[in-house]
Design a protein around this ligand. Structure first.
Ligand code: HEC
Length: 174
């Protein structure tokens, strides 16, 4: 190989290298923009769901026989999940759930309860399932009203602002 041919091939390797670095950083940027958009969606949904639960408890739950907002939320979440929008669950963080089915079971939820009880306000993680990407996320549920204690006696032991439950999300990243 002549000197100029070697220079030329080195040059083209450098150009191809630069090009692919540039492409992959574009891919990463696109991906992190999608994750940021999904995170924003979780925060919007979280506010909507929590506002609804508080409103229902405030206006419609007056004694222990009334349909609790927790049960209304579960019915709403089941319908949303069945329609394929996303998955969201109301789970216990107090160690004494009203309904044992609401005990956090998977690794993400168990770790999320720990972090949220330690004071974090939001946790999330990107996961892949069947070739698709999802954002797993969780937010705290504190004892927002004295009324909550009417049915959940153990909530009186919760420290100020300490979460007694979490909302756990699995949202497709698009
Ligand atoms: C009228 C009784 C009642 C009131 C008031 C009530 N809950 Fe519940 N809560 C329930 C019942 C019953 C369930 C179980 C629902 C199910 O799994 O179908 C539940 C479930 C929950 C869960 C899921 C974990 C578990 O314990 O099973 C959380 C978290 C929760 N409630 C938080 C709250 C908060 C916060 C308030 C106050 C805003 C509140 N609840 C008020 C009856 C009540």
């Amino acid at each position: 190989m002549t000197h100029s041919k070697i220079t030329l091939s080195l040059l083209s390797i450098a150009v191809i290298g630069l090009f692919s670095v540039n492409l992959s950083s574009k891919e990463t940027k696109k991906e992190s923009a999608a994750v940021a958009r999904t995170r924003e969606t979780v925060k919007m949904l979280d506010d909507v769901y929590k506002t609804a639960v508080v409103l229902i408890t405030e206006h419609y739950v007056n004694d222990e026989d009334d349909l609790p907002a927790g049960s209304a939320a579960k019915a709403l979440f089941a319908a949303i999940n069945a329609k394929g929008w996303h998955k969201v669950e109301i789970l216990d963080a107090s160690g004494e759930p009203y309904n044992k089915d609401n005990t956090p079971k998977d690794q993400f939820d168990i770790a999320a309860v720990k972090s949220l009880k330690a004071g974090e306000s939001f946790v999330d993680k990107v996961i892949s399932k069947d070739g698709k990407k999802y954002l797993r996320a969780a937010t705290p549920i504190p004892v927002v009203m004295k009324k909550c204690i009417m049915c959940h006696e153990n909530y009186k032991n919760a420290k100020d602002g300490e979460p007694i439950g979490i909302l756990s999300y699995t949202i497709p990243i698009k």
